[in-house]
Design a protein around this ligand. Structure first.
Ligand code: AMP
Length: 307
């Protein structure tokens, strides 16, 4: 099962209460690709980079089954650059710099060999580009998942509302769900958002796990309580990669299987936060992932006698 992924491939500068790094590989599509390729291949990447993006990083992705035919390389221009600083609670951060660079003129092109793929992961990016990619696909994928952020709710709401009518699963965090719906209650927010188009809604609550809404059903997956969270950058994208990777691997897009998929997404995200950038995602093996999934089962497994 092939997964097409759209998003940024970037350089990031990150500061957390535990350390600082001036330049590390990042970007929404990079994290999605590292996480999803642990579970399913090929990953068919669509992005744009400058000639400064390291060759060895591209080769590392290729080595994991990530196809890069849809990644445009612009000569003599710089890759997208993002810089952020985390607050002490690590759940909130300030964006310090967003240099669009090559992203400013990005016109995604879906390569011919990506046509017919079953899964589409629209990573965080301008909603108009997400629409553009959907429109280029001659056969609609079986599942379209979309990640977005408050920035697009403020600057491109009309396009965002349009793309919501074209997708199956929306992933946002709790403050974004409140902003999009104008509702404080996440249950009320979910009803409003589901009426905007998506059939499934995932609301991420950082270290407090994630909620999955579908029709009148709701499922909650915890986040693993970790002793140390080093750098949360990319955790949301990693969660998305783990989620869609599991669905593609099992070839099953039912609500029941999505419950497992959000646990897999949470497990992958729990690795991501252990080191700067996607470093930890590059190190882990299938054995590490299985071990962590068992820890999740232990976390929520209990017997109860109904009285
Ligand atoms: P996350 O922590 O999951 O929100 O993702 C962080 C990654 O998203 C970083 O590696 C950034 O390079 C990338 N990023 C930051 N801002 C944007 C944006 N406006 N559009 C697309 N990608 C972004």
């Amino acid at each position: 099962m092939a997964i097409i992924t759209l998003g940024t491939m970037a350089f990031d500068a990150i500061e957390t209460p535990f350390g600082k790094i001036d330049k590390i590989i990042g970007g929404s599509a990079t994290y999605v690709a590292y996480a999803a390729s642990q579970l399913a291949t090929p990953i068919q990447q669509i992005s744009i980079i400058g000639s400064d993006f390291p060759e060895e990083e591209l080769n590392a992705l290729k080595g994991r089954g990530v196809q890069l035919d849809g990644v445009e390389i612009v000569k003599d221009k710089k890759s997208f650059f993002w810089s952020g600083k985390y607050h002490l609670d690590m759940n909130t951060r300030d964006t310090l710099i967003t240099d669009l660079n090559v992203l400013a003129d990005f016109e995604p092109k879906v390569p011919e060999q990506y046509q017919g793929s079953e899964f589409l992961m629209l990573g965080n990016l301008m909603p108009s580009l997400q629409i553009n990619v959907i429109n280029q696909l001659r056969k609609r994928p079986e599942l379209i998942v979309l990640d977005t952020m408050n920035f697009w709710m403020e600057s491109a709401l009309e396009d965002l509302k349009k793309v919501l009518t074209m997708i199956d699963v929306l992933m946002i965090n709790d403050s974004e769900a409140r902003q999009l719906s104008n509702e404080y209650s996440l249950v009320k927010a979910s009803k409003k958002i589901l009426s905007m188009g998506p059939k499934f809604l995932i609301i991420k609550k950082g270290e407090h796990g994630a909620l999955l809404f579908h029709e009148d059903h709701v499922f909650f997956a915890p986040a693993l309580p970790l002793e140390e969270v080093f750098d949360p950058t990319g955790a949301g994208d990693t969660f998305a990669g783990g989620f869609i990777g599991h669905l593609a691997h099992t070839k099953n897009i039912s609500f029941e299987n999505m419950k497992t998929a959000i646990i897999v997404g949470s497990a992958m995200a729990s690795f991501c936060v252990e080191k700067f950038g996607p470093q930890r995602l590059k190190e882990i093996t299938k054995k590490d992932i299985d071990k962590r999934l068992k820890e999740f089962v232990q976390l929520v497994n209990f017997d109860i006698d109904v009285v």
